[in-house]
Design a protein around this ligand. Structure first.
Ligand SMILES: Nc1ncnc2c1ncn2[C@@H]1O[C@H](COP(=O)(O)OP(=O)(O)OP(=O)(O)O)[C@@H](O)[C@H]1O
Length: 624
């Protein structure tokens, strides 16, 4: 019971019946002010309207009960008067009670309307903040499973958190109601209120206990829930359907889903059953407390110590105070639970990127990338380990210079470290050891956005955006998405223009099958579209990571002929397994197991008779 939250995050993959201490729960309430600031920023008007509506609504139950008491006392008085009494006052009272009832309903509706409007706006804004924050984070963070769990929990918060808003507002409203009612009751007998409080405490404690169990369960099961979502997606998505069918995977996927979801269901069911059982028993205790008070009030009325009106007021007030107390206490434990979930949202927002522009004022302003680059990129004994594979060096002891205007090809077997090198150049990662210099200064001293603007990369696993063909090209420089001539000339250079000419809606054609009227392209056609992104961007260094793997031989030849001409004066790095492409480069860098083993022109490396010559001849033989 007293396990702290740290123990959860240290081992997020292990589902366990861990629970949270009271201290954890109370300290989660410290998130409320920050939460309300966010809600207030969403819409001050809706926020104030909601608060005011609830305040007025809170006063109505006590007022209505009091008017009810006055009505009964007046009826009793008029009955005692005999024939033709003056009923004006009585009807006024009835009118007032009717007015209060109408007002209560109207305010209730108004408040829930404002709740839902505010909730929708808040969910939208939180989703936007979530995306903005994700954009600021490092690639490395996205490769970490624990990070995904956090992101997943945060994402679930975006829609659910406005429940918290209604809960807190509802809680305050309830407390104000109780204060009004209790003020009336205290006059008669303060002990009775104490009795009511005592009677609801056990149910409160039990509810609290079960809430924390259910929070722990859902938190500990985040990885499994993510897996369930993933299985659901893989089992029923357009881009997986092909392989699921061919390999007959649906049975396997469904079994896995069934097993995992059943285990979760069983755990949840056990919790729900014991919660329901204990809840019933302990709530009965609360009811007993109420009836004890009721019996006492009836006794006083029978003895003539209080009027009939007093009896109805007191009985009604007790009933309501009991109900309200119960709901305040129960909601309080729900509230701390919601506040705990909120902690996940704030935890996610608190994750800071490690790769950013230098922001230490002592160091001075971040550098701008020189125009043009004069000395090029220099790798000085660079080593890199992926954070999730700390025992292996993806790159080690790498030293070379990428000169301005040079066309460099990277060659190496699968897993040799080619893509990793490229990611280091674009500062998607920082080296674990050594450094990369650009015109004599460490890459880390440059303004990150400016650096990225000057380095254009088309990755082998480029994204096929399910958007229009034009946007799919414009992503190379998204600020220029309305610059149609630029998009078209980029398409021409990458040979995408002939692909787009065949599309019914041309550049406005929706690509991919996910949306209405979407058209799917072939692998090579997609690649031509993706390649156009490199031309959209006016970068000084262009990197193509296996950009032509899906192109036919003629297209590949043509693409590279053009590429060489069109990137005149710019540096470029090309990763390719095809030596017909590689040999066109000025120099070729051969990687093996993350280390540089050869560097030179095609002719030089062939003459050397080393690994490059061996690989080249191997491929050439295949074509003979
Ligand atoms: N995100 C990652 N997390 C952990 N290890 C990684 C990650 N990406 C790559 N690696 C590992 O780093 C090594 C180098 O990978 P890299 O992608 O740079 O190879 P590559 O030469 O581009 O291979 P390929 O020709 O297959 O594209 C590999 O052993 C790979 O398993």
């Amino acid at each position: 019971m007293a396990k702290s939250k740290a123990s959860h995050s240290s081992n997020p993959a292990q589902p366990a019946a861990e629970t949270l201490s009271w201290r954890d729960r109370f300290s989660a309430l410290k998130n409320l002010p920050a939460f309300f600031r966010l809600v207030w920023q969403t819409s001050p008007g809706l926020f104030l309207g909601n608060a005011f509506g609830r305040l007025v609504r809170a006063a109505i139950p006590a007022a209505a009960l009091y008017v009810g008491k006055l009505i009964i006392d007046e009826v009793v008085r008029l009955m005692a008067q005999g024939a033709n009494p003056d009923t004006t006052y009585l009807w006024q009272l009835v009118g007032a009670e009717f007015g209060l009832a109408v007002l209560a309903t109207a305010l209730g509706r108004l408040v829930s309307l404002l709740d839902s409007l505010l909730g929708d706006l808040f969910a939208n804004q939180t989703s936007i903040r979530l995306m903005e924050h994700a954009a600021s984070l490092d690639l490395e963070q996205f490769e970490d499973a624990a990070f995904y769990d956090k992101l997943e929990r945060a994402r679930r918060q975006t829609t659910g958190r406005t429940v918290l808003l209604s809960q807190v507002f509802g809680q305050v409203q309830e407390i104000i109601s109780v204060v009004f009612l209790a003020a009336g009751l205290v006059v008669y007998n303060p002990w009775l209120i104490g009795l009511l409080v005592l009677a609801v405490l056990p149910a409160f404690a039990a509810d609290n206990y079960f809430n924390q169990r259910s929070y722990s369960l859902s938190r500990n099961w985040t990885p499994e829930r993510r897996e369930l979502d993933y299985l659901r997606y893989v089992g029923a998505a357009d881009d997986t359907a092909k392989e699921v069918k061919i390999f007959g995977l649906s049975g396997f996927l469904i079994d896995r889903f069934r097993t995992l979801s059943w285990t979760y269901y069983v755990k949840n069911r056990a919790l729900a059953i014991s919660r329901a059982g204990w809840g019933t028993v302990l709530t009965a205790l609360g009811t007993a407390g109420y009836y004890a008070a009721y019996v006492w009030i009836i006794g006083r009325a029978v003895a003539g110590q209080i009027s009939l009106g007093d009896l109805t007021f007191l009985a009604g007030a007790f009933r309501q105070v009991r109900g309200s107390l119960e709901s305040i206490l129960l909601q309080f434990s729900g509230l701390t639970q919601e506040a705990l979930y909120l902690q996940d949202l704030f935890d996610y927002f608190a994750i800071q990127p490690k790769i950013h522009s230098p922001n230490d004022p002592a160091v001075g302003e971040p550098l701008r990338v020189p125009q043009p680059i004069r000395e090029g990129f220099v790798f000085e004994n660079v080593g890199f380990q992926y954070a999730n594979a700390p025992e292996r060096w993806a790159i080690r002891n790498l030293s070379f210079t990428l000169r301005p205007g040079e066309k460099l090809a990277l060659v190496g077997e699968n897993g040799a470290g080619k893509t990793t090198l490229v990611k280091l150049l674009a500062r998607l990662y920082d080296p674990s050891e050594g450094r990369i210099l650009l015109d004599g200064r460490d890459l880390r001293e440059y303004d990150l956005a400016d650096l990225r603007r000057n380095v254009g990369v088309i990755f082998q696993d480029y994204v096929r955006f399910k958007m229009s063909a034009g946007v799919n090209i414009a992503v190379g420089d998204i600020d220029e998405r309305t610059n149609q001539p630029r998009i078209e000339s980029s398409a021409q250079r990458s040979l995408a223009d002939s692909v787009i000419a065949k599309l019914p809606a041309g550049y406005d054609q929706q690509l991919g099958r996910s949306f209405n009227k979407g058209v799917e392209l072939s692998g090579g056609e997609w690649q031509k579209v993706a390649l156009a992104r490199a031309y959209m961007r006016d970068a000084q260094l262009i990197i193509l990571d296996e950009p032509t793997a899906a192109l036919d031989a003629r297209a590949e030849y043509e693409v590279f002929q053009r590429f060489a001409g069109l990137t005149e004066g710019k540096s470029s790095v090309i990763i390719s397994h095809r030596f017909s492409t590689v040999r066109m480069a000025d120099r070729i860098l051969v990687l093996e197991g993350g280390r540089l083993i050869e560097l030179g022109s095609h002719a030089e490396l062939l003459a050397q008779g080393g690994r490059y010559a061996e690989l080249f001849q191997l491929q050439a033989r295949g074509y003979q």
